[in-house]
Design a protein around this ligand. Sequence first.
Ligand SMILES: [Fe+2]
Length: 473
Amino acid sequence: MWRLIFSFRKILLVRRIEEYLNKLVVAKKISNAHDFPSNRIFLVDHHVCHAASAYRTSGLGRALVITIDGSGDGYSTVVYKGGDGNLEFIAGASEEASLGKLYSNVTLGLGFKKLSDEGKVMGLAACGNPDLFYPIIDEAIRVVDIDRLHFEKKYDLVGNGFARLIKNEYLKRFTREDIAAATQRKFEETVIAIVKHFVDKTGIRHVVFAGGAASNVLMNQKVRELDIVDGLYVFPNMGDGGLSAGAALEVCYWQTHKNSISKIDDVYWGPEYSNEEIREAISRNGLKADWVDKIDDKIAGLICEGYLVARVQGRMEFGPRALGNRSVLALPSSREVVERINKLFKRDEFMPFAPSILEDCAPVYLEKYSYSPFMVETFSVKREFLDKFPAVIHVDGTLRPQVVRREVNPGYWNIIKKVGDISSFYIVLNTSYNMHGEPIVCSPQDAINTFLASGIDYLALGNYLLSGNQVYV
Ligand SMILES: [Fe+2]
């Protein structure tokens, strides 16, 4: 037995050395191709990047840092202890027994797009009975030694063998909803077990998450609500899109040895465009637009009249969520708006959209409230509001809010305030401004292309307002 464990560790060690040497080769190629000094190229492990992105933007000196994704540099789940700026590796799960890959296999097996539609499986979960498929999914990955994050897997998760099994066999005996519900339960139970064990072991009650699986907003809610957890922070660009930020922050720490932990208030880190650039783009496309001095007041009025309004203002958001600056906005008071947005933007969402809520009102509408500015976790809606915002509340009574603080985005805050003054509820539906399958718009030209392709009612582009009824000059 010990000989077996020893030889397994030796294989892992050899693999790590191979991976490191491969990275050195890549670094050399980059250096040669771009005439960039090789001593300024730093190799940062995949999960260290995830961990650094979350820990170094959390504002927390001490934190239990957990990264969960499909795989990266040999690991799928890693636990670190963050303290005084340092990230200490505690345990890592292999990429073969990956919780992220388990979820992706189910996504693929249910007929969705792997590494893209996992959120749809999470949405379906609320409509199924988790008990029926649970005995099967429970065997797919089992915890053998939680302290070492040693999991045992029954099925092929790397080569999508489990996805084929679901598609060819289990879907004949179970509904998609029941398979999704059992998968979500298994995922939540396993992550909660990891959190509980390492909170207990380290005594650290503040948890920070990153990695693609940290986009599972229902799981995040369950972890946040644990009695043993004092606070949860999820990096807003939790998937591999956030690796660049994590790598930069980590190398900065290595170089300066300064405790480089800060708390981010927003992720409006992308490009912005002047009204002059916007005017030129509108003119270049031969479009008709009106200049509006108080554009945010105008947007609020149009939303309250029942129109869909795209707002493209200021700096673009970093990460997967539009947080008001590249967003489609609408009243959340009717479910029909969901179908209308799906039709215009050629989407196939069956989930409700997410809302933006004024900070003062969020604790009024939501149970167990804590400040949540990045749409990374769900909250249960208080009973008396369940029928008030049907376009943004899921069948399980949860919503995924962006809580808007005035000083973080004054213009957007003003829109929601004005909408609330008219409609009585300080909440708007907010979905990203892009056609299905395309990235969120960035430039004025992107915004115009999507305006013409979708036929949305209004586009507020800087201080210019374009109406879907009067498109061309
Ligand atoms: Fe990753």
